[in-house]
Design a binder for this molecule. Structure first.
Ligand code: SIN
Length: 292
């Protein structure tokens, strides 16, 4: 039986997968091993995968229906021919950005949690890279929940937060949005702070992004203080892995059990990534899901 090799990157999360060519049809038993590795390590890195866009889409679709990218600041898809692919890039052609997020830091976030049914997972394929900078980090939110002080766990039990839709992770306002002056009024979905992962059933801390977040039912200052404490805990280096990109890396991640962020890089360098997202369903609170 064909087998893949799975080598952990960090004890917290992440693994390199080798022994598979993602351009070729993938045997069901090999795909089952990939799914098993994904569930165990949350972030999988496949090095040296020179995929065309249709090949990226075909591999992504093995995991389920794809989610089109959320609204970008420019109001139209970056790749008209492949609207399910999002482009993450700082490159401009004739003064027009070919992709999203620019060259600055992208803060810790889960993707698109401002909608009711956030993507289950996502992939990034590296097509052009700066010599240095632009590293991406993922953090394991199962672990963050497991290692949370009991008093903090008690304070968030049964609570939900607003996941603001106004800004992307680079701090750029999305088209059609207005500045938020009070996080209690921020537009965006409300999700439980502790979700039951739809496949494993395990509890995971589910924060979305810090900006304009609000814990429903608390006084504003109390919500701010608690969120600051939660974010400080969730972003501890012990929960994280660092991805120093190589050309044609393909990274697949669990968008419900991990957060990610990106370093800034030289604005004169060119960085181009193509991204796909796997559709998810409405997330459930861990306590509710366990009781049901
Ligand atoms: C993202 O936040 O989805 C992009 C991460 C990256 O550019 O490495």
């Amino acid at each position: 039986m064909p087998t893949i090799t799975v080598t952990p990157i960090e004890s917290a999360l992440g693994a390199d997968v080798s022994g598979v060519d993602l351009r070729a049809p993938i045997a069901p038993e090999v795909f089952a091993q990939i799914r098993q590795a994904w569930s165990q390590h949350l972030v999988l890195r496949f090095r040296g995968q020179r995929l065309s866009d249709p090949e990226l889409l075909a591999f992504s679709r093995l995991f389920g229906e794809l989610d089109p990218p959320g609204p970008n600041p420019y109001g139209k898809p970056f790749l008209a021919e492949f609207p399910e692919i999002n482009v993450i890039s700082n490159v401009k052609v004739d003064g027009q950005p070919i992709g999203n997020l620019g060259d600055g830091e992208a803060i810790w976030h889960n993707d698109m949690t401002y909608i009711e049914t956030p993507p289950r997972g996502a992939m990034l394929h590296a097509l052009s890279l700066p010599v240095s900078g632009g590293d991406t980090y993922w953090a394991n939110m199962y672990l963050a929940y497991e290692r949370m002080p009991a008093r903090l766990r008690e304070r968030i039990a049964g609570r939900s937060a607003i996941h603001d839709a106004t800004y992307n992770s680079a701090g750029i306002m999305r088209k059609g949005m207005k500045p938020v002056t009070d996080p209690r009024q921020a537009p965006g979905a409300h999700h439980p702070l502790v979700i039951a992962h739809p496949e494993s059933g395990r509890p995971a801390l589910f924060l979305g992004r810090r900006r304009n977040s609000y814990i429903v039912g608390l006084e504003l200052q109390e919500s701010e203080d608690l969120l600051n404490e939660l974010w400080e805990h969730a972003s501890r280096p012990e929960f994280a892995m660092r991805q120093v990109w190589q050309l044609h890396d393909l990274v697949l991640w669990d968008n419900l059990a991990t957060l990610h962020r990106r370093d800034s890089f030289d604005p004169d360098a060119e960085r181009i990534m193509h991204r796909t997202q796997i559709k998810g369903s409405r997330v459930k609170a861990h306590d509710v899901a366990v009781a049901a």
